[in-house]
Design a protein. Structure first.
Length: 137
């Protein structure tokens, strides 16, 4: 997989398989590739944090939470853009996530167009930061 293709890979971390499938269908309809994980631990063990251009993660999951995953990634200086989705979010969680670098924090059910806009912006910004963006694309 080339660097440019990697930047267009979207990792989805959610313990709900139906959410994974819905997000996968939505994102792939935009011509982006996806890879789904049922837990933060599974995502970290896969090494996908070094290959993906964006991470969509649930906040509340068994084991490591989305916020704990964000902290772990930040601790190892992994700058993958993170979009959080949650059915149980509150203002405190949102503030913490955004202060720690999340690009978006969406409450379920969310508007698909808003999610897709955030994904495209995150992928483009990350590719630019990595020097992969080409203005002719």
């Amino acid at each position: 997989m080339s660097s440019d293709q990697s930047s267009r890979l979207i990792a989805i971390v959610d313990d709900d398989n139906s959410v994974q499938c819905a997000l996968q269908d939505l994102i792939e309809s935009e011509g982006l590739s996806t890879r789904c994980f049922g837990s933060a631990e599974q995502f970290l063990d896969s090494g996908a944090q070094h290959k993906a251009g964006c991470l969509i993660a649930d906040i509340r999951m068994p084991g490591m939470s989305g916020l704990e995953l964000q902290a772990k990634l930040k601790a190892v200086r992994c700058r993958i853009p993170i979009i959080f989705i949650t059915a149980h979010g509150d203002a405190k969680m949102r503030i913490q996530a955004m202060r720690d670098g999340a690009v978006e924090f969406l409450t379920k059910p969310f508007d698909n167009a808003v999610l897709l806009e955030a994904v495209h912006a995150a992928v483009d910004d990350y590719a630019k930061a990595l020097g992969l963006w080409n203005s002719n694309q």
